[in-house]
Design a protein around this ligand. Sequence first.
Ligand code: GLV
Length: 326
Amino acid sequence: MPNVYVTRVIPQPGIDRLRARGYQVDVNESDTPLTQEQLREKAATYDALVTLLTDHIDRQVLDAGKGKLQIVANVAVGYDNIDAPAATEDGIIVTNTPGVLTETTADFAWTLLMAVGRRVVEGDQFFRGGRYKGWGILMLLGEDVYAKTLGIVGFGRIGQAVAQRATGFSMDILYYDPVIQAEDAARRVGARRVELDTLLRESDYVTVHTPLVPETRHLIGMPELQKMKSTAYLINTSRGPVVDEGALVDALRQNLIRGAALDVYENEPAPHPGLTELENTVLTPHIASASRETREKMATMAADNVIAVFEGQAPPTAVNPEVLKK
Ligand code: GLV
């Protein structure tokens, strides 16, 4: 029987599904990320690794698994933590979990957008801190969301789901995506495709939904932040390095933009120095897809990918399906 190593605790239905097939499933119950050496050792001894975004599945790990390891099933839609080209060279399938987290993540991008625009977290801290001494007409003024301009950077599944929600707020919707055309989706929500410069200059809320690839690293840096309106907000639920976090801290300090709401960071779990001291930010710990239902679906989807590979079938969501043709 093939064996599976799960690098950290995941929702139980994913494990149950694998065990129901009779596979040997071992789990790192400590729930702390394995070292690179431990990952190499697991890659060499197991037929499948079920990984999380905190695992760095680099060439050395994959090479250690070459000949034994058949699949790395990442429990995340993003797979920038895995050297997919190296996996392809080694004949190892890589899978991710697209689709199941789209709506949950879009909900959360909106949660952040509204929280930062309407100063929800500041208001909560103000109240808890005993500073609410009586109502005031100028107290904690934020910016409207209704009928404002939303700029969506990256118009894939999640970007489109964010756009769909914006129609309920009668927003003007702009999007920038150099790869995806998505004309039909854009037409359905009345979104306009523009260059990044136009999006930055015209939007009141800029929300980022690109994968992390070399072309998107620091896509939003100081030059881009300088183009934004001084009343605009930046929201990032994609991957931290898409935004130059140091530049963002500087831009917020200099009031180049009004605020930012981040769920992802350049060097997780550490924030860039100064970030947590800024009041005009909402900072959450990478939880955009963290609903009970969605995390369970992600875990079972990863399990289904492993099962398919073990049963000689095409895994539902391979990122390097070319391996199967080899
Ligand atoms: C979470 O960040 C994911 O990529 O699924």
